[in-house]
Structure formats: structure tokens, C-alpha cells
Design a protein around this ligand. Structure first.
Ligand SMILES: *[C@@H]1O[C@H](CO)[C@@H](O)[C@H](O)[C@H]1NC(C)=O
Length: 185
């Protein structure tokens, strides 16, 4: 009962928000020798998949390593003129694959995959999240993150190429709005 409710409340909106892909999740390569410490700090959302309507702008996430090795994740956006913040927890899900993180924004929710496919730590990062649903199909999310609010087109094109080479369809990826963010609200 409880789990079917969770399915309806948390999974259905994601499924409805996009076309699900048949079959299991792809298994993309992740950043080799991932350095969690260097990944910490402030990242701006440059582009994302899927397009979400009624989403805020100026989306950014601040990652901080906690003393227990978990990660404090604070995401913020401006929605309808208001700054909104949401705090979550990140963990290294697989010690053999340190670039495979999991993030949860509520203790009642399981960790969602948060895989760093590639990053140079100082300019950009490619993040992928995929969940199998009933082993029949999968829903996925992908983000291009930047240390600055904008990235050169060449960096974005290269990022999309890396996703595509890992069988992740990013043709419908859309640019995030990062304009007028640094003014006082
Ligand atoms: C990120 O979080 C850390 C720790 O909470 C804080 O000291 C820092 O000011 C934050 N940075 C931004 C840009 O919000």
C-alpha cells in the first residue's frame, strides 16, 4: 500500500513528464579516479533532460563534504520571483565506482542515482541518473553543470557527444535559464 502510493506520488510525474525508454538503463562509463573532494562546491545547471515545465531559473547546487563522508546537497532556484532551497544528502553508493553517487532529498525517499560521467572539476561536469521501472523501461535525467553560469558552446557540444556515445539520448536537452540571477531578488 505504502509503496504503491510512493509509486504514484513520486514516479508517475516523472514518467508523465517524458517519453520513457524501453529496456533497462544504459550503463555509461563514469569519471575514472573520481575525486569527490574536488567535485564539492558550487555548480550551476547549464542544461538538462528532460524539459520540465514550470521549473525555476538560476538553478544551482552547492555540495559540501560532511565529517561522516556523506555530502550535504543544497539546491536552489528562483521560481516566481522567490528563492527556493531544498536540502538533500549525497552518498558514495559504490566504493569501487566512486563517481556513482546517490542523492536523496528526503529521508522517506530512496537514493536516486547521481552518476558523474565526466568532469574536469573546474569547468564542467556531466551527470546522469537513470532508474529502471518494473524492469520494462527506464526513466532518465541528465545534466550539464558548470562552475560558471554559462559555458562555451563547444563545451556543451562536447558534453552532448559524450552522452550520445554512452547511448543516452540528449536530443531534447534544453538550456537552463541563468540570466539575471546575480541581482538582488
Ligand atoms: C556552500 O555551502 C557551504 C557549507 O554550508 C557554505 O559555507 C558556502 O557558503 C556555500 N556556498 C554557496 C555559494 O552557497
Amino acid at each position: 500500500m505504502k509503496s504503491s502510493l510512493a509509486l504514484m506520488v513520486f514516479i508517475l510525474p516523472f514518467i508523465c513528464a517524458q517519453v520513457p525508454h524501453w529496456g533497462p538503463c544504459p550503463e555509461p562509463a563514469v569519471q575514472p579516479a573520481f575525486n569527490l573532494k574536488q567535485f564539492m562546491g558550487r555548480w550551476f545547471e547549464i542544461a538538462k533532460l528532460p524539459a520540465q515545465f514550470e521549473k525555476g531559473r538560476c538553478i544551482e547546487t552547492n555540495f559540501t563534504l560532511k565529517t561522516d563522508k556523506s555530502i550535504r546537497v543544497v539546491s536552489s532556484e528562483i521560481l516566481k520571483g522567490e528563492l527556493r532551497k531544498i536540502e538533500g544528502t549525497g552518498v558514495t553508493e559504490d566504493l569501487k565506482n566512486p563517481a556513482k553517487l546517490g542523492i536523496s532529498y528526503s529521508y522517506v525517499l530512496p537514493y536516486s542515482p547521481y552518476w558523474i560521467l565526466a568532469t574536469d572539476y573546474v569547468n564542467s561536469a556531466l551527470v546522469y541518473s537513470c532508474t529502471d521501472v518494473l524492469r520494462l523501461f527506464h526513466v532518465d535525467f541528465a545534466w550539464i553543470l558548470g562552475r560558471t553560469r554559462t559555458l562555451p558552446d563547444s563545451t556543451i557540444d562536447r558534453a552532448k557527444e559524450i552522452f550520445a556515445n554512452n547511448n543516452i539520448d540528449v536530443t531534447r536537452m534544453i538550456a537552463s535559464k541563468q540570466l539575471g540571477c546575480d541581482k538582488t531578488l
